[in-house]
Each structure stands twice: as structure tokens, then as C-alpha cells.
Design a binder for this molecule. Structure first.
Ligand SMILES: C[S@@+](CC[C@H](N)C(=O)[O-])C[C@H]1O[C@@H](n2cnc3c(N)ncnc32)[C@H](O)[C@@H]1O
Length: 217
């Protein structure tokens, strides 16, 4: 089966074109405030970008996949998040899609340093993560439906702080398998080492939170 274009981290572009937003734009809008400028890290095909713009936000959308960015209707920047230094500040920086749970500690540190470098004086970092409880509860067969896409998880394997699995996306008689590995993280330790401070939960299930830059002196 032709699965089309796939990003370096294994996301199929066609899947992200089919997936609708699932409440993310409203969470970001509520946390950032009306009219806030947003730097979106790992924007994909614009699933969250476009509703954010419709809600009145100026969005700069960053991804390292040209194939994803080709679908984004906003100012785009093709870059690795960890390397990003635009020399601009934003009211909000969005790090969604559990990117903070990367298995690679250095990537996480680089992403958070880049996010912090783009926060304005009162800027909020808005993060979607897998909280520790998710690592304990996730199991084969879990899934659901988003728009016209069925999702199903298989092959869950735990090894220390790491969890690996495959998510199968099915739609329109096609399917795409995406393997991933993610790391359970200690939020306090991660934020402290990035010179960030926790700034509240943004969802009742604690899968979204905000942080601010720690200011010294
Ligand atoms: C799971 S997709 C989510 C896309 C979008 N946030 C959404 O919710 O629809 C992750 C996206 O982040 C991008 N990405 C992952 N790691 C990245 C990195 N280190 N630098 C730049 N882009 C990255 C991938 O190319 C992909 O488009």
C-alpha cells in the first residue's frame, strides 16, 4: 500500500490531512488569551494552526517536514525545533503532540530551550504531554475515532521509563502504521532544568499545562 509522504518522526502526511482538531485550538486559545501571537512548534499540516488563525491568532508555524508545511496556511518556518532561533518573541509558544515526551533527553532539552528563547516577557509555554499515569494505563487495543479516522494501539512494550507501541490509523480503506517510543518524565525536574516554572493545568485530565520562563534578579 502506498502510504504517501512520511515525516522524519514517522507521521504520515495524508493522516494529518484527514485528522480534525480535537479541542486543542480551544485549549490554546483559552491559555494564550485573545489576540495572542503564537509560535507553534511541530505544526504538521496545520490541523491546529488553521483553527488558531480562525480564532484570531497570528501563528508562526514550525516543522522540519516540507511535505507537512506545504499544507499550512500561515507564516511557516522549516527547521528542527531545537535549532530554532528566530530572534522574535511571542505571547505563547505551543509544544503539542507529546513532543516533550521524546525518548531523547537532549532533544527535549533543546526543544525547551528553543521554546523559552521565543517567549515574550509575559509569554506562556503551552504543552501537551503524556502524564505519568498514561504510561501505567495505556494498553493494546485502545483507540477511538477522530473524524473519519480510526485509531488503534498495538504492541505496547514498557522498558524502564520508555514505552513503545504502534498506532494504526485507518480511513477510506487505507491504513498507516506509526511506531513510536516515548519517555515518562518528571515534570518538575524537566521544567527546572530548562529554567521554566509550572504555570497551571490547562485541562481537567492534566494532559495540557502551561509554563513560564523563570526570571532571575
Ligand atoms: C504528531 S505530528 C503532529 C502535528 C500537529 N502538531 C498536529 O497536532 O496535527 C508531529 C509533527 O512534528 C514534527 N516534528 C517532530 N519533531 C520535530 C522536530 N524536532 N523539529 C521539527 N519538527 C518536528 C513532525 O514533522 C510532524 O509534522
Amino acid at each position: 500500500m502506498d502510504i504517501g509522504q512520511v515525516t522524519a518522526d514517522g507521521c504520515a502526511v495524508d493522516v494529518y490531512l484527514l485528522l480534525p482538531p480535537a479541542g486543542e485550538p480551544e485549549i490554546v486559545h483559552a491559555a494564550a488569551g485573545p489576540g495572542a501571537s503564537v509560535l507553534e512548534l511541530g505544526c504538521g499540516a496545520g490541523r491546529v494552526t488553521h483553527p488558531l488563525r480562525a480564532l484570531g491568532h497570528e501563528v508562526v508555524a514550525v516543522d522540519d517536514s516540507a511535505a507537512m508545511l506545504a499544507h499550512v496556511r500561515a507564516e511557516t518556518v522549516r527547521a528542527r525545533i531545537g535549532d530554532l532561533r528566530l530572534g522574535r518573541e511571542f505571547d505563547a509558544v505551543l509544544l503539542g503532540s507529546h513532543l516533550i515526551n521524546t525518548a531523547h533527553d537532549r532533544d527535549r532539552q533543546a526543544m525547551l530551550a528553543a521554546a523559552r528563547a521565543h517567549l515574550g516577557p509575559d509569554g506562556r509555554l503551552i504543552v501537551e504531554w503524556h502524564p505519568p499515569a498514561w504510561f501505567d494505563s495505556v494498553a493494546d487495543g485502545q483507540g477511538g475515532r477522530l473524524g473519519e479516522v480510526d485509531l488503534k494501539l498495538t504492541g505496547v512494550v514498557r522498558e524502564g521509563d520508555l514505552l513503545s507501541a504502534t498506532v494504526r490509523y485507518s480511513a477510506d480503506g487505507r491504513h498507516w502504521d506509526q511506531e513510536f517510543t516515548c519517555r515518562r518524565i518528571d515534570l518538575d525536574a524537566v521544567l527546572t532544568s530548562a529554567d521554566l516554572i509550572f504555570d497551571g493545568w490547562l485541562s481537567a485530565d492534566h494532559t495540557w499545562f502551561a509554563a513560564r520562563a523563570r526570571r532571575w534578579g
